[in-house]
Design a binder for this molecule. Structure first.
Ligand code: GAL
Length: 426
């Protein structure tokens, strides 16, 4: 167990956060390692268990082979979407104790760290490792500020996905193979499920999962361009179309489990798998969770959130080189693995995501990722706020508090003005 564990718990205690399991240890993940490994490389993520840990283990197994002078040290802090990790990381960076490398989302979230001077320019590594040609230009643009590149992307995830239990849907004569055409049709199916005795047709968890549902409904109701405009200032948050969408979100919330403020996304997925709910909306790390838990393909189905089938709402995990990190050479070896074809394959086949590199072979991947790779090529790409592509950490925190207040108050007007206000901050 790493020395930092007690510090981490103390920080979390001070911040008043609940349900934390910090997994600081020297877990060498996916095997390999070596007696000759000497210097620790502390890798900070929130991939602490299930399919997320399986993905991390994939990267670690390549690291153990490629970076024999170094020892992987797992500094993961549990909690979906970094709900606990981001605060721990902020405190560590503030205290001048950065890990060797940390996970950050491409886009606005990464810019937070760049603007705070907490991450180094890694443009030279792109040249050294041939990454400037390996990644699509639009992704590199998301990682670039003033001509410098600040992280190496590990993957592309899709946020706007609904995961369903076809056996539960069948009870209400709903065909699980096809997505409802729009949000209204989805609501009509929820009523059918209720009539068939399913108490909470839509399983949902706290915080970012509710934010993802808000985003999916806004995307469905506004369309890809106006949805993107919400995050870049071109669409008015006060518009009647936003009010209408938020009212539909309110309706959807009425079909969810009453313990939604107490659980995280794997629990909500568990309700679907156990047949207690028909649907959950969650990013495609669910595919990894199902694979890791050996849930058979026939037991679940998935489609883009109703009304969003032509949009791929993306987010990308990337890894950084923190300024004044303890062992930049060890960190660079990790980054080399993250960007490599082999590292991306070992990671993404287990993580539910698709490789950020353009040279992957779809047939190396499970069925879900093959469909995602095809959609990534043909769909409209829109960003996720909940996962840092479109929003800074500060904006996202304000949005999360507005959404959690709404879970109790159900006050649409208040939610709408709070969301608009959040996007006026930096
Ligand atoms: C996202 C992250 C994903 C996945 C998810 C759930 O923010 O990008 O890789 O880990 O959170 O925890």
């Amino acid at each position: 167990m790493r020395g930092g564990l007690s510090r981490t718990v103390a920080v979390l205690g001070a911040a008043g956060l609940l349900a934390v399991s910090a997994c600081g240890n020297s877990d060498n993940g996916g095997g390999g390692g070596g007696a000759s490994a000497t210097k620790d490389v502390t890798v900070f993520t929130w991939w602490a268990s299930g399919g997320e840990k399986a993905g991390l283990d994939g990267l670690v197994s390549v690291f153990n082979t490629e970076c024999k002078d170094y020892k992987f040290v797992n500094s993961a802090v549990a909690g979906g979407a970094g709900a606990n990790a981001k605060q721990v990381l902020a405190n560590d960076l503030q205290a001048g104790k950065p890990p060797a490398t940390f996970q950050a989302h491409a886009g606005a979230e990464l810019r937070d760290y760049i603007n705070a001077g907490q991450v180094d320019d890694v443009s030279q590594l792109y040249k050294d490792y041939g990454l400037d040609k390996a990644f699509p230009q639009n992704l590199i643009d998301n990682l670039t500020v003033d001509g410098k590149i600040y992280s190496i992307p590990a993957n592309i995830h899709r946020a706007n996905v609904v995961w369903a239990n076809p056996a539960v849907l069948k009870k209400a004569n709903i065909d699980g193979a096809t997505a409802p055409a729009n949000v209204d049709a989805w609501i009509a199916d929820m009523d059918k499920l209720k009539a068939a005795g399913v108490k909470a047709p839509l399983a949902i968890s706290k915080g970012f999962a509710q934010e993802m549902l808000v985003e999916a409904v806004l995307l469905a109701e506004l369309g890809a361009d106006s949805f993107t405009g919400l995050w870049n200032g071109k669409t008015d948050w006060a518009g009647a179309n936003v009010t209408a969408a938020l009212n539909k979100y309110k309706k959807l919330l009425s079909y969810t489990n009453t313990d939604r403020e107490a659980i995280d996304w794997p629990d909500a997925l568990g309700y679907v798998n156990k047949g207690q709910a028909g649907y959950t909306l969650m990013g495609d790390w669910v595919a990894a969770q199902q694979l890791n838990a050996k849930v058979p393909d026939s037991a679940y189905t998935y489609w883009p959130a109703p009304g969003t089938s032509d949009s791929f709402q993306f987010l990308a995990d990337s890894f950084t080189l923190p300024t004044n990190g303890a062992d930049p050479d060890g960190a660079k070896c990790w980054l080399k693995v993250v960007g490599s074809a082999e590292g991306q394959k070992a990671f993404n086949t287990k993580k539910g995501s698709i490789p950020a590199r353009s040279d992957a072979n779809p047939s190396d991947y499970p069925k879900y990722q093959q469909t995602a790779m095809a959609d990534w090529k043909k769909d409209k790409i829109v960003p996720s706020c909940a996962h840092g592509a479109a929003c800074s950490v500060g904006q996202n925190n304000d949005i999360l508090s507005a959404i959690s207040q709404f879970s109790g108050s159900q006050d649409v007007a208040r939610l709408q003005s709070a969301l608009g206000a959040a996007m006026k901050t930096s």
